[in-house]
Write a protein that binds this ligand. Structure first.
Ligand SMILES: Cc1cc2nc3c(=O)[nH]c(=O)nc-3n(C[C@H](O)[C@H](O)[C@H](O)COP(=O)(O)OP(=O)(O)OC[C@H]3O[C@@H](n4cnc5c(N)ncnc54)[C@H](O)[C@@H]3O)c2cc1C
Length: 354
């Protein structure tokens, strides 16, 4: 491990996907960066995730339009398209394998099928490649098929991103207090002190504990995950079910299903197991666990500088579909920090304006 510098240019709190990508980009821009990670290893929730980055939002396009108006859905989808481009180029640069898998989003019932038809028409009017496909093989009528979605191993990407001569990573270093004293931030973990000119909070679901202001922008939501084994063939495409609340994919020899069902759901585990059995009746569940992600009120990431806190930035609220946002959110943050660029839809200031 390299010795801790006395005054560094930038400290990143959290070595998940977001923190590691910021560290890499800022190190490439010439900064000396220290990454402080609470756990004994890097990767965070990102390393446990499925590693599927999708085009657009899992929420049907029509529903998104009803919620945010006619123009914004296309802007949101464009951001995720840019995310896929950035993911591909970052992975190329770091020699991490990325697979183009596409995804399939089947729907239940006639009303949902009709709504999906309208969504597909609107998507193609807005220039996105998504098609309506037959889903009778899955016991359902139709589904939305996208082709450009990417699958990768987030842990490999995190580890490769942090491998840079200007990045120092300190694990088992949970940041407990931050204090601005006029020119720099003083940061304490249990047994470490670091002084830095600037600070990025990228602590995922835990970030709300570090800055009281962030709790006003983000809330944490639970995710349930089951892993199962079966002799049956794996899925040809990852499946996005229940308007994006359930993701099913095969990772190596395992089936993995994750869900972010609402707290009102009586027994999310039973529901998830039932869903698994619907697609793979002979599945044997071998692991299940719960996790947490941070989410903003409108479901978009929050990026930017924190009000009234000089040189304090965040990239968070990546939510249950964080792989579809991490690269573009980090790109926006870096452009803002280095070139004062606008943050557009992802700007944390959108909540203050409301
Ligand atoms: C099981 C599961 C499957 C998922 N699958 C997908 C998927 O297929 N596709 C998709 O798009 N999204 C998926 N997600 C969501 C996605 O993983 C998250 O949105 C994303 O990983 C969040 O990245 P992050 O860098 O913000 O947070 P994290 O990866 O959680 O990183 C935050 C890091 O900060 C550290 N930290 C926190 N507080 C402190 C502190 N005070 N001091 C120091 N360090 C601190 C944490 O230990 C952690 O390492 C999944 C999530 C889960 C749980």
């Amino acid at each position: 491990m390299q010795p801790m510098p006395t005054l560094c240019d930038l400290v990143i709190v959290g070595a998940g996907l977001a923190g590691s990508l910021v560290a890499r980009r800022m190190a490439e821009a010439g900064m000396r960066v220290v990454v402080l990670e609470a756990r004994h290893k890097v990767g965070g929730i990102s390393a446990r995730g499925g590693g599927l980055a999708i085009l657009g939002t899992p929420e049907p396009y029509m529903e998104l339009m009803e919620r945010v108006g006619r123009e914004e859905p296309a802007q949101i989808w464009l951001l995720t398209q840019r995310n896929l481009d950035l993911l591909r180029s970052q992975a190329d640069e770091l020699a991490v394998e990325v697979r183009r898998v596409g995804t399939f989003r089947p729907v239940w019932g006639d009303a949902a099928a009709r709504a999906l038809q309208k969504s597909v028409a609107l998507l193609s009017a807005d220039g996105f490649a998504a098609s309506l496909e037959d889903a009778t093989e899955l016991g359902l009528a139709v589904g939305l098929q996208t082709q450009d979605d990417l699958l990768f191993d987030p842990l490999l990407l995190v580890e490769a991103a942090l491998e840079h001569p200007r990045i120092t990573v300190q694990t088992a270093a949970e940041v407990k207090t931050l204090e601005w004293h006029g020119e720099a931030w003083d940061i304490w973990t249990g047994d470490l002190f670091v002084r830095t000119k600037a600070l990025v909070l990228a602590g995922g679901g835990h970030v709300v504990h570090l800055d009281a202001g962030l709790a006003a922008y983000l809330s944490t939501m639970p995710l349930q995950v089951i892993k199962g084994v079966t002799d049956a063939q794996g899925l040809s495409h990852p499946l996005i079910l229940d308007a994006g609340r359930v993701l099913a994919l095969t990772v190596g020899s395992h089936w993995q299903l994750s869900s972010w069902l609402s707290a009102a759901e009586a027994d999310p585990w039973a529901r998830l197991t039932q869903t698994a059995e619907q697609f793979c009746p002979e599945i044997r569940v071998v692991e299940r666990y719960a996790s947490w992600v941070a989410r903003s009120a409108d479901g978009l990431p929050v990026v930017g500088s924190l009000p009234k806190s000089p040189q304090l930035y965040t990239v968070g609220g990546l939510g249950p579909w964080g792989m579809s946002w991490a690269f573009v959110a980090v790109d926006h943050l870096v452009a803002m920090m280095l070139h004062d660029a606008e943050l557009g839809l992802l700007d944390i200031g959108r909540f203050a304006r409301d």
